[in-house]
Write a protein that binds this ligand. Structure first.
Ligand code: GLN
Length: 321
């Protein structure tokens, strides 16, 4: 990646004037973002940083949080228990769809859409609401490498207007997928979405996943390495909502977007990448973000199927062994 600094500079100049898309306005507080904000951050699995633009501008993480809370639920519940409550199938539907709670199993299709993320928040362990929130914040701290906090106005804004999420939670309760503490579970979900991050932080979180769960800078283990595969799998198949298939085809690396305009992507064993630009398309994905990732994937052959399977040990075993 020797020409990476020049290339991200070129991409920044190329797309900074691309002004199509809109700020997310269904959460009123998110309309306060500046549409010009734009940042690209790349952090390698050994901690080298390449970034440009507004990489220290703060915003709320929104749906990108779902990735990390899912990792925590895997640790809290184990794989099998979690699979009984939340599937791993892409929906092809918008992130907030109410229609695709699986009719037979009554479980949400995957943890990256709102239904699945609310069910995931319901599985986080803790003695009470404060304990659960503190456990979440500590988990995010391990990925990011410094103390974290919640944006209270965004949290209140989501809580006051999140009627659709409330509807999803009621359906999940009806299906027996969450406990009878809907408001507490929704609060935890709204709080996780209101975590304050910047583009650099997001790249560090992605780099931690690229580095098998170990933060490249602090060397702290943020999630058990065994679960990184599970997390990256659902990111790959479901992370970009109803653009997930096209993303897998065009970019080909596990990723997750959020309506505040962030996108993270993980190149396993190599690097984490984050792009921030708050102008989003109809599906809730950052428009400049998608452009940048497509160009990066092309230039550096990031697509997973562009790379040799050098780590696949059975390929080294000769038939006579
Ligand atoms: N907090 C947002 C919501 O629940 C997250 C959505 C998103 O980023 N796609 O609608």
């Amino acid at each position: 990646m020797s020409d990476l600094p020049e290339f991200i500079e070129y991409l920044y100049e190329e797309y900074r004037h691309l002004n199509s898309g809109n700020l997310a306005n269904y959460i009123p507080e998110l309309t306060k973002a500046n549409p010009d904000w734009f940042a690209i951050s790349v952090i390698t699995a050994d901690g080298e940083v390449f970034e440009i633009g507004d990489s220290t501008e703060n915003f709320t993480i929104q749906s990108i949080s779902k990735v990390f809370v899912y990792g925590m639920a895997l640790e809290d519940c184990d794989r099998q228990t979690l699979l009984e409550k939340i599937g791993v199938e892409p929906t092809g539907d918008p992130f907030n769809s109410v229609i695709r709670l699986d009719e037979n199993s009554k479980r949400p299709d995957n943890p990256m859409v709102n239904a699945g993320a609310i069910a995931t928040a319901g599985l986080i362990k803790g003695t009470d609401a404060t304990d659960k929130l503190n456990r979440l914040l500590d988990m995010f701290r391990r990925y990011i490498g410094h103390d974290v906090f919640i944006d209270a106005p965004v949290f209140m804004s989501e809580r006051a207007t999140g009627h659709r999420n409330r509807a999803l939670a009621n359906l999940l309760l009806n299906f027996g997928m969450i406990e009878d503490k809907i408001e507490q579970i929704l609060d935890l979900y709204f709080q996780q979405c209101s975590l304050v991050v910047n583009c650099h932080d997001l790249a560090m979180m992605a780099a931690t996943l690229a580095n098998r769960g170990i933060n490249p800078k602090t060397k702290e283990q943020a999630v058990k390495p065994d679960y990184v595969r599970d997390i990256l799998s659902v990111m790959y198949t479901c992370g970009m909502y109803n653009y997930a298939g096209e993303w897998a085809y065009r970019v080909g690396i596990p990723a997750k977007s959020g309506v505040s305009g962030g996108i993270i992507a993980v190149i396993p064993d190599r690097a984490g990448i984050a792009v921030y630009s708050p102008l989003i398309d109809q599906r809730g994905n950052s428009i400049r973000g998608i452009k940048v990732f497509e160009a990066l994937a092309d230039k550096f052959h990031l697509h997973l199927f562009d790379r040799p399977l050098e780590k696949c040990s059975f390929l080294n075993i000769s038939p006579s062994e």
